[in-house]
Write a protein that binds this ligand. Structure first.
Ligand code: DP6
Length: 353
């Protein structure tokens, strides 16, 4: 989901403040990268706590990051303020961030309003500004600002409350989100691997999604006759994917990654009314991946809550695969991403800690 498109609550703090005129009680800065699921999360068993119906597996990518700073102000109450890429935000985006900050404030025993400023270093267009990097970075920055010293697992649980997929962006490379059954048992952890992986993002369209992933999940669960079949298969898919990773076997990992995503979209298409993120160019891109694979290269496609496809390949073959994709899809923005690091806390000097 994108930061701006999926919130539900209006801001709770209305009183006006002039941030210049008040002190700062704490501040923090953090950076996190977006992750792309190889075995998907699609549906919540608990909407409020964001406990998923299935466990999921992802790859955190280099170069798709959000850097966020949080300052808590020396006031008992007042409105939170949020800017994304220097644009002041209100409404749903601010409401969702405020509600998330309330969790941090409650845990830290403070009631201070916050100034939040966030920058996305996504190098091209819109449509990939993922909530995964956004809420992972916000969790890190807000905890530092509030003086909370959380473990990576606790940060993962916290980030999950902002956006499910964000719990995986606390960790670099491959991460497994164990569904769990309550707040304490639902978190991500890193998956040890020597695999040489890359994901190629094929930017079919930079347009905003028509339906948020949050809403689309809800509709799929409540109306799609294919949903439970996807959930049932998902457990086997995950085990197969983890076995392939343990065996360092991309030829075994690729097919289950592609099948899991297609199964998720099949369940969406069967919802009533249908949830479809497919554009004609999405199909063309899938077809290009099939051709490239037939030519002997490692390439499998996955698709999230939008029309852009991400192609799983090896780091070694990535440049060749990207070149073949560009040749078959002229004019389409195609970028190679290697695995990237997890949450990084930024020191007051601007360096990493
Ligand atoms: C298709 O994490 O954006 O990308 O928990 O409602 O914020 P919320 O949803 P979000 O959903 C991501 C869905 C997905 C698959 C995935 O990342 O696993």
């Amino acid at each position: 989901g994108s930061y701006a498109s999926t919130a539900t609550l209006a801001p709770t703090r209305r009183q006006q403040v002039d941030p210049e005129a008040v002190g700062i009680v704490g501040q923090g800065q953090a950076q996190a990268n977006a992750n792309i699921a190889l075995i998907k999360y699609w549906g919540k068993a608990d909407e409020d706590l964001i406990i998923p119906t299935t466990s999921s597996l992802s790859l955190t990518l280099d170069g798709l990051s959000t850097r966020t700073s949080v300052q808590f102000l020396d006031l008992n109450a007042g409105p939170d303020r949020l800017a994304i890429d220097d644009q002041p935000q209100g409404g749903k985006a601010l409401g969702r961030v405020s509600r998330f900050l309330d969790l941090v404030r409650r845990q830290a025993g403070i009631d201070a309003p916050a100034l939040v400023s966030s920058y996305n270093t996504v190098p091209y267009g819109a449509g990939l500004a993922s909530s995964s990097s956004a809420f992972a970075a916000l969790a890190g920055a807000a905890c530092v600002a509030a003086g909370l010293d959380l473990s990576p697992r606790e940060l993962s649980r916290l980030a999950r409350r902002g956006s499910g997929s964000a719990c995986r962006s606390i960790f670099g490379g491959l991460a497994l989100w164990q569904a769990g059954q309550d707040d304490a048992s639902s978190y991500a952890q890193p998956v040890d691997s020597q695999m040489d992986l890359a994901l190629i993002v094929v930017l079919v369209s930079g347009q905003e999604k028509r339906i948020s992933s949050r809403e689309a999940m809800r509709r799929t669960i409540s109306t799609s006759p294919l949903y439970q079949a996807w959930v049932d298969q998902s457990q086997a898919d995950l085990e197969q994917a983890l076995a392939a990773i343990r065996a360092n076997d991309l030829q075994a990992l690729g097919p289950v990654v592609e099948a899991n995503a297609l199964g998720m979209h099949a369940a969406m298409l069967a919802a009533r009314p249908a949830v479809s993120y497919w554009l004609p160019d999405t199909l063309l891109a899938f077809d290009a991946v099939r051709q490239i694979r037939a030519d002997g290269l490692s390439a499998w496609a996955t698709l999230d809550a939008g029309p852009n496809i991400k192609v799983l390949t090896s780091g070694q073959e990535a440049a060749r695969v990207a070149e073949e994709l560009r040749r078959r899809l002229p004019g389409v923005n195609i970028q190679v991403h290697k695995p990237g690091p997890g949450l990084q806390i930024i020191g007051s000097d601007g360096g990493e800690r």
